[in-house]
Structures are given as structure tokens and as C-alpha cells.
Design a protein around this ligand. Structure first.
Ligand code: PLP
Ligand code: COI
Length: 336
């Protein structure tokens, strides 16, 4: 293996081992096993290929300076995956199966974890309808798989402000749809808006709500935050946005470490354009400052295009806990 950890981007590098477990419809999940990383064999009539019955998760393993391997709040990913399984008519993966599969994949591939501050091992759990079916109905068989890839930053340049484009041409999710779960089918429709934004020089799109086209939902695959003075505001979990693990952590850090007032509520684009600082959060995105937002053809700058002081403080506090550089009074990190 020869990986230049210092040069990592958010792209796929296979590792040695993956985990796979199976479950028949109406039955319990089998214990599953580690296997060499390999291609899958699937029927062309597999439910996931034809009807998109599938979910994914994303979490990271970090290597602390003292050599410990740390996961960040993996039980939250396990719970979100179970909620998604119920929404997509798949048997929920038990928490213990999820956590032991993640731990085993990380341990078996521990030499692929970049040194502290060079990146992380991104862990990708998947659940999908692997069995063949022609009518639109749950698959007769399901697979739960965990693979991993060493990664660097999601947005180029680490903690440097990104430029975003508010789209009124596309919505990500509708009320009562599947935006609140990590359904695989939520992501391909975002590729076209994202490529339009990139062509115009923006890193991603900001989606507005599908009813009034007025309230901010999310940034591609990250949650949105605005800071007004001592108040941190983020869109409420209405069902059409993802309940981010990072989002929840940022809200707790902001309130408990920094004494900010936190509000989960509707944030209109007009209100957001008057914010002191903006950022977005996610496992891949970490905390990414937003330096500019284009709305209706006009660029609006935030924090003078620099990283805002509160955004930087939240980034430093969060990553210090994740990387094992600071005490974790929340009990978030789990040693492998
Ligand atoms: N929103 C969407 C649509 C996502 O795909 C993600 C990524 O997982 C997030 C938000 C951020 O969630 P988390 O912080 O759990 O990674
Ligand atoms: C994550 O942050 O884990 C995500 O799922 C983002 C991804 C779609 C790249």
C-alpha cells in the first residue's frame, strides 16, 4: 500500500476489508462477516438497482496523536440508519450489529487511517434490497455492508470559505418525502444542480423549501447555519432535511461551550443574507465557512469573505474533540 496521506482529497481509495451481512424479508439479520474488499454479485432484478431501495451512512475514524483510533458518535448513525430502514421498508439493522461491523472494518483497515490532521478514514455503511423482484415491493433479501476509504477535505482548501449558489430551479426534497433519511435516491438528483453551480464557479447549491421557495433547507450534503450576533440559527428538522450528527454536535457545542443562543426554526434566504457568519456542517464537510452566496444573480459576501471568528471557534472545538486533541465532556468519542 502506498498512499500519500498529505495529498488526500474526498475521493475513493479502496481498503483491504469490508463487512457484509444478509437478511431475508421477515427474518432476523444474520451475524455477517468480514471479507476482502471485492465486487458484489447482484441480480439485474435486484430491488436496489430497479427501485432504489437503499440507504447509506457516513462517519469517520480519526487517529489521535497518542495512537488511539476514535469514532465520533457512531450510535447516532446507527439510529439514523434504523429510522431510514423503516421508511424504506427494509429490516432495521440492530445497533450492536452496526457498531461491531464499523469497529471491525476500522480495526482491520487501521493502517489506512491517516495521521491526525491529514484526514480520516471515511466509513460507508450501506443497506439495500439485494434480492430480485419485479413488482414495486420490498426485496426478498437485504444486504448490510460496510466499507471504508481514507479521505481528505470535502471542499477544496480545508477551512477556507466556500461560495454557494441558491437554486430556484431545483428542490432537494418535499415535505413528507424522504429528505429526512439518507436514501440513496436523494443524491443522484443533486448532481445536475451541483454541476450547474460548479460551472458558474460555486462549490455547491443551497436548496430552498419546496413549498414557498423561501426558507433555506440544506447545502447539497451538509446542514446550514447562520450566526447573528450571539445567536446561532439553523433550519428546524421539518422532515425534508437530514438530521446531521455534526448539526446536533454544533448546536450542543455552541450552547454549552460558547454560551450562544441556539434556535432551530425556519430561516428565510432574505434573513440569512443579513447574517454575520454562515457555515455548513457534515461528516464530510466538517464545518465549512460560507464566504459568499449568490441569490437571484447577485453575490453576497459574509465575514468579508474570511473565516468568521465564531465559525473558526466552533470548527476548532469540534475537530479537537473528534481528533482526541481536547477533553470530550459530551462523551461523543468512542475508542475502537
Ligand atoms: N445533509 C445531507 C443531505 C447529508 O447527506 C449529510 C451527510 O451526511 C448531512 C446533511 C450532514 O449529516 P452528518 O453531519 O450526519 O454527516
Ligand atoms: C457525509 O457527510 O457523510 C455525506 O454523506 C456526504 C456525502 C454525500 C459525500
Amino acid at each position: 500500500m502506498s498512499i500519500d496521506f498529505g495529498e488526500l482529497t474526498f475521493s475513493f481509495t479502496p481498503t483491504r476489508t469490508m463487512f457484509i451481512a444478509r437478511c431475508e424479508l421477515g427474518d432476523e439479520w444474520q451475524p455477517g462477516e468480514l471479507q476482502p474488499f471485492q465486487n458484489l454479485e447482484l441480480s439485474p432484478a435486484a430491488c436496489v438497482l430497479n427501485y432504489g431501495q437503499g440507504l447509506f451512512e457516513g462517519l469517520k475514524a480519526y487517529r489521535a496523536d497518542d495512537g488511539r483510533i476514535l469514532l465520533f458518535r457512531p450510535a447516532m448513525n446507527a439510529a439514523r440508519l434504523r429510522a431510514g430502514c423503516r421508511r424504506l421498508s427494509m429490516p432495521p439493522v440492530p445497533e450492536e450489529l452496526f457498531l461491531s461491523a464499523v469497529r471491525d472494518v476500522v480495526s482491520e483497515n487501521s493502517d489506512y487511517i491517516p495521521p491526525n490532521n491529514d484526514g480520516a478514514l471515511y466509513i460507508r455503511p450501506l443497506v439495500f434490497g439485494s434480492g430480485a423482484i419485479l413488482g414495486v415491493a420490498p426485496a426478498p433479501e437485504f444486504a448490510f455492508l460496510v466499507y471504508a476509504s481514507p479521505v481528505g477535505p470535502y471542499f477544496k482548501g480545508g477551512l477556507s470559505p466556500i461560495r454557494l449558489l441558491v437554486t430556484r430551479d431545483f428542490h432537494r426534497a418535499a415535505p413528507k418525502g424522504t429528505g429526512g433519511v439518507k436514501a440513496i435516491g436523494n443524491y443522484a438528483p443533486g448532481m445536475l444542480p451541483s454541476s450547474h453551480a460548479k460551472r458558474k464557479g460555486y462549490a455547491e447549491v443551497v436548496y430552498l423549501d419546496a413549498v414557498e421557495e423561501r426558507y433555506i433547507e440544506e447545502v447539497g450534503a451538509a446542514n446550514f447555519f447562520a450566526i447573528f450576533g450571539d445567536t446561532l440559527v439553523t433550519p428546524a428538522l421539518s422532515g425534508s432535511i437530514l438530521s446531521g450528527v455534526t448539526r446536533d454536535s454544533v448546536l450542543q457545542l455552541a450552547a454549552e461551550r460558547f454560551g450562544l443562543k441556539v434556535e432551530e426554526r425556519d430561516v428565510s434566504i432574505d434573513e440569512a443574507l443579513g447574517a454575520d457568519e454562515l457555515f455548513c456542517s457534515g461528516t464530510a464537510a466538517v464545518i465549512s465557512p460560507i464566504g459568499c452566496i449568490n441569490y437571484e444573480g447577485q453575490d453576497h459576501q459574509f465575514s468579508g469573505g474570511e473565516v468568521g471568528p465564531r465559525t473558526r471557534a466552533l470548527y476548532e472545538a469540534l475537530t479537537a474533540i473528534q481528533h482526541g486533541d481536547a477533553p470530550d465532556e459530551f462523551g461523543w468519542v468512542v475508542e475502537v
